[in-house]
Structure formats: C-alpha cells, structure tokens
Ligand binder design. Structure first.
Ligand code: G
Ligand code: MN
Length: 401
C-alpha cells in the first residue's frame, strides 16, 4: 500500500513539475465585493491545474506537493506573472482593482520574498497597489520576526495583506498582536452556518467587531445565498466573496464580468453607483466614523446645505462620479480607499473638485499641503469653523424652513 501511495505521490510530483515548467497551470478569478458600494474591489486568483487524466486539480491537492518538493517558488512566480498580465487591461476599466494572491506563511518567511515580489512587479510594469496577499496558515509561523518584518515592508509600499480562512487551522489571535494587516477573511464554515447556528453568527459578529476595533476590514468568504448576504450586511461586514456573488471563472470571462458589474451588483441588492456627471450643488462628507458623518452632516444641513455622506474613499469615488459635489470634506485614515488614495484616483480621472481635509489637529494642514488640496479643517472643530470653511466654497444657501 505504502509503496503504491509513494509511487503515486512521485508521479504527481513529476507531473506537477512538468506542468509548472510548461506554464500549464492557470488562474481562475473570483470577485471580492465591497458591501456598501457594491463595487468590485479585488479578484482572488485561484490556481487550477488541468491534469491530463485527473481533470481540474484543486490547490488543496497540489499546493502541499509543491511545498514539499521545492516547487512552490516557481508556482508562485507563474501565478504572479499570470495575474499581473491579466490585471493590466482590467485595471483600465476598474482602476482600484487588485488581484489577491494566496501565499503560505512558509513562503512569506523566505528571506528574499519581498524583494522577489517587488522586483517581479516592477519588471512587468505593475505597482504594489495592484496586489493583495492572502496569508494562508497551512503551517505555524516558524519565524514570526521575519514574517512580521516582511508584512510590514510590503504594506509600507502599498501591497495589501489579508489573513485568509480566519478562525480555522493555525490562523490565530496571536498573529494580530504581532502584526497589522488590512483584513481578516472570516472562514467560510462560520459564514455558511451563521443563519442557522447562533454560535456561528456570534463568532461572525465578534470577528467583524474585532476587525473594526483593530482598524481592519472584515471580509466574509463562502457567501452562497441572499439570506447570508443580508445577515452580513446587517452585521456591518465590509466585504464578501462567494458563489452567490460570483464564482471563480477563467481570465477570458472577466471582461464580461466587469462590463456587467453594475447591473449584477444591483441585482444582488447592492448599490453599485452608475457613473455620470450631474452637478449636485451639495457637500460630500467622507469619514469612516459614523458619529462624525452624523455630526458634520447635521451641522451642514442645519445651515442650509445639502449633504451626501460616504464612509470610505471608494464609496466617495462612486458618489463623486454620479453627482459632482461642490465641496468634499475628507477624512484621511479610512479603510478600503483612504483619503490620499481617493485624491490620487480623482486626479487620475481628471476630476477636479475642491477638497478640505478633516483630520486631527496639526496633521490636517500637513495632509492638505502634501496632497495639494484646497485646505483643511482640524479636528476637533467648532461648528462656526466648519460652517465658515464650507461657505468659502459654497455661498450659504437660504436656511431650510
Ligand atoms: O480558502 P480560500 O478562500 O483561498 O479558498 C478558495 C476556494 O474556495 C476556491 O477553490 C473556491 O472555488 C472555493 N469557493 C469560493 N466561493 C465559495 C463558496 O461560496 N462556497 C464554497 N463552499 N466554496 C467556495
Ligand atoms: Mn484565499
């Protein structure tokens, strides 16, 4: 028996080695969706191996073989090169789109991992903000110091780092104490069961809170029904992925997916905004803190202004594209797309709107200068200051009766 298994393993290993060398592995892509705006934010690249006898082989069946036989590095490289080549044209349509690559902790802790990744991007004319890495915990962190240093370095240059399958396997709370990441992907076993099983719902709710309290985004995987989607929205989950939102599909089908995305998202009951340039004569307030949105919104409305709100840069981008505001009041630190990225995206689209940075104390002015925007309002501000700032850009409208 054992020898048969060994022979089979050896055969698989040789087949895999050949397939990688010949570039036969392909990537399928699955959408990750922002639940507030309905925007498609990332595509997870999932390796698929078309085996001549076995049909499509899933990563769970070949990544382990690759890891044990020194094939993981060439496999990762092949997937990365594929993903960059595929993503380039897609980003022309959806400029914030990133591709998510799965990386095991074992790969990440290799000494040359960040250099190799960044050099690879550079060679293909891509930049770090094209990417997110999904850390899978197929092994315990053997060398936490190196892993932490690599995560920090990659995030500092703009690569997103997310923890995959959170709550299962070896992914643990300890890692969150060790390092900052962008999001936790809540393992699908909890998401699938959340509707029926109170314990799972409690776990999902708690992980969402944990994410928000640590300044991270919560992502749910394995969304298979409308009911689950609604539960996640009610719990304040930021993003989601799953067969219901979109199954993994070959690169050749992604253009059509992007093309029809707005209608698709609307069909799911998500508010994907259409683009347009209708002038709004209103103020757009952007902050991830609901209390600030409420307060600033109330003050401005009391002073006769019309107000729209958005809770991150991505939502704000959608809002600006559908109804051009007369002024944007912009927070800097926000999940998904922060204030600086929002300004950058506006410039790329040649959209010119006056912006005032809302940020704590002296940093507000520094941010405004650095981003080259009209000015700032330092938090905490007095109501009179806020109204005075707004009236510099929009004449005070008649008070609302
Ligand atoms: O753990 P990770 O998220 O990397 O796993 C990705 C795998 O999960 C893919 O192989 C994909 O086909 C599968 N998958 C994607 N969406 C769903 C879903 O909604 N339900 C289930 N059961 N599997 C999914
Ligand atoms: Mn993943």
């Amino acid at each position: 028996m054992a020898s048969t298994k060994r022979a089979r393993d050896k055969e698989m290993r040789d087949d895999l080695r050949g397939a990688i060398a010949r570039g036969e592995l392909v990537a399928h892509y699955q959408p990750i969706v922002d639940l507030r705006s309905g925007a498609l934010t990332r595509l997870e690249a999932l390796a698929r191996w078309p085996h001549p006898e076995l049909g499509w082989v899933e990563p769970t069946d070949f990544v382990r073989i690759a890891e044990r036989n020194g094939l993981i590095s060439p496999l990762r490289r092949l997937m990365r090169e594929r993903a960059i080549a595929d993503l380039g044209p897609w980003r022309r349509r959806v400029p914030w789109l990133r591709v998510a690559l799965n990386v095991s902790a074992l790969s990440l802790e290799r000494p040359n991992f960040p250099d190799e990744l960044l050099k690879g991007l550079d060679e293909q004319g891509a930049s770090p903000d094209w990417f997110s890495l999904e850390l899978t915990e197929s092994l315990l962190l053997r060398d936490p110091d190196t892993t932490v240093a690599h995560v920090r370095r990659l995030r500092a240059v703009g690569v997103r780092v997310d923890i995959d399958d959170f709550g299962s396997g070896y992914s643990s709370l300890k890692h969150l104490r060790l390092m900052r990441v962008d999001s936790l992907k809540i393992d699908r076993q909890f998401v699938v069961a959340a509707r029926e099983e109170p314990a799972s719902e409690t776990i999902v709710r708690a992980v969402i809170h944990l994410c928000h309290d640590l300044g991270m985004e919560a992502v749910a995987e394995g969304v298979e029904t409308q009911e689950t989607l609604e539960t996640l929205q009610a719990l304040g989950c930021d993003s989601a992925q799953g067969f219901y939102l979109g199954a993994p599909r070959p690169a050749g089908e992604i253009d059509a997916l992007l093309e029809g995305w707005t209608d698709h998202a609307r069909g799911l009951g998500l508010e994907a905004r259409r683009t347009g340039t209708e002038a709004g004569g209103h103020i757009l307030v952007v902050d991830d803190e609901p209390a600030i949105l409420e307060l600033v919104g109330d003050v401005l409305r009391d002073n006769g202004y019309r107000v729209e709100t958005a809770s991150n840069g991505l939502e704000a981008l959608g809002a600006v594209q559908s109804r051009r505001p007369a002024l944007v009041l912009l927070d800097v630190r926000m999940p998904i797309l922060d204030g600086a990225e929002f300004v950058h995206e506006l410039r790329q689209r040649r959209i010119d709107v006056p912006i005032l940075i809302m940020s704590a104390g002296p940093t507000a002015d520094r941010w405004a200068t650095m981003l080259g925007v009209e000015g700032s309002v330092a938090k905490p501000f007095r109501i009179a200051d806020l109204v005075a700032a707004a009236s510099r850009f929009m004449p005070t409208p008649a008070a609302v009766h």
